[in-house]
Design a protein around this ligand. Sequence first.
Ligand SMILES: *Cc1c(COP(=O)(O)O)cnc(C)c1O
Length: 377
Amino acid sequence: MKFGTKLIHSGFEGDKATGAISTPIYQTSTFHQENIDGHVTYDYARSGNPTREALENTIALLEGGYKGFAFSSGMAAISSVLSIFSAHDHIIVPKDVYGGTYRITTQFFSRFEVECEFVDTTDINEVQRAIKKNTKAIYIETPSNPLMKITDIRAIVELAREYKLLVIADNTFMSPYLQRPLELGADIVVHSATKFLNGHSDIVAGLVVAKNKELADKIYFVQNAFGAVLSPQDSWLLLRGMKTLKVRLNYQQNNATELAKWLLLNKFVDRVHYPGMPSHEGREIHLSQASGAGAVLSFEACSTEKAKSFMKKVKCAAVGVSLGGVETIVSYPAKMSHAEIPHNERIKLGIGDNLIRVSVGLEDIEDLIENFKIALE
Ligand SMILES: *Cc1c(COP(=O)(O)O)cnc(C)c1O
C-alpha cells in the first residue's frame, strides 16, 4: 500500500460484530475475563484498549516501525520515552528543542540525574564532540522550531551507530507523510499528535513508534506503569483526523509555498524561514530526507513595531500557540513559546522580537495573502 491508502485502510478492518466501518469507541475501563488463567487480550484499559490499539497500529504502519503507543499528550509521549533511561545516562539534545522538552529535561529528569546536554544538532562535529562514555542517545527535531533549522538525520544515525547510541526523532513538524525517520535509521519516533496528525485543533495527544521489539517492550512497560495513556474518545478523534493527513498537508504545503514566496517580496518583511525556499540553509539535506517542506514557516518583519501591529491586525488566522490545524495559526515566539528564555539568549538563538511563526491552514490562499497584506501595511 502507498501512504494515502495506508491512511484509510490500516489499523482496523471493520467491526466483526456489526460491520461498522468506523472503529468503535470502546469506552470501558475493564474487560470481562472468560478464563482466569491470565491469558486474555484485554484486561484493564490502561494496559490496552481496542480503540487505542487501532490508533497505535496505524501510527506504527505509517512510520514503518514495530509498534506504536498512544499517550495523553506529546509531552507525555516524550516523557515516557525519556523514562526508559536511568540515572547518569547522558542524552544529547538540540539547543533549540521544543520548549516543553527543554523544561522536562532541565527541571524534571535532571532531578533523577538523567544528564541532558544541549548542542547545535545541525553541526555534526558539535554532536560528536558532545559524546561521552555514558552517552546513550541523540535526540533530534528537524525542521526545528521556529527557525526551521535542518538536522541531517542520516549523518546523526551514522554517528549514533558508530558509538552504539539510540536516535530519537521528534517528527511533529513533518508527520510520517513527509518524513519517516525510522526508515532513515532512527530508533524511536515521537509525535505531538495534537498538531498535524490530528489536524483539527481539538485534542491534545502524543504518539511514539519503536523500531524493534526490545525498545517496544521498554516503552510498553513505561506506558503501562506510568499510565499517561490516551482516552478511547481522543484515540477515535485522532484516527478520524489522520485519515485526511495527506490531503490536508498537500493543500497546506501549497498554501505555505505561495505565502512564503509572497512574504519574500513584501517590503515590510526582512527574512523568510521555510525549507521550501531555495535560499533556506539545509534545504538540500531536508529534501534528501523528507518529501516536502511542510506547512510551518516563520518570517522576520522589518521592525518589532511592525511585527506587533501585524499580530494585532491579522485576520483569517488564529493568534496563539500550537500548529498543524486546519486554520492558519500565527504566533509570536518572543512573547509566547520562547518567552521564558532570557532576552539576550533568545536573540543569540535568532529568535528576535520581529519574528512571527505561521502554521498555514486550509483557507483559500488569496484570502490569506490579502489579509496578511492589510495586516502588514
Ligand atoms: C507541541 C509540540 C510538542 C508537545 O506536544 P503536546 O501535545 O503539546 O504535549 C512536542 N514537540 C513539538 C515539536 C511540538 O510542536
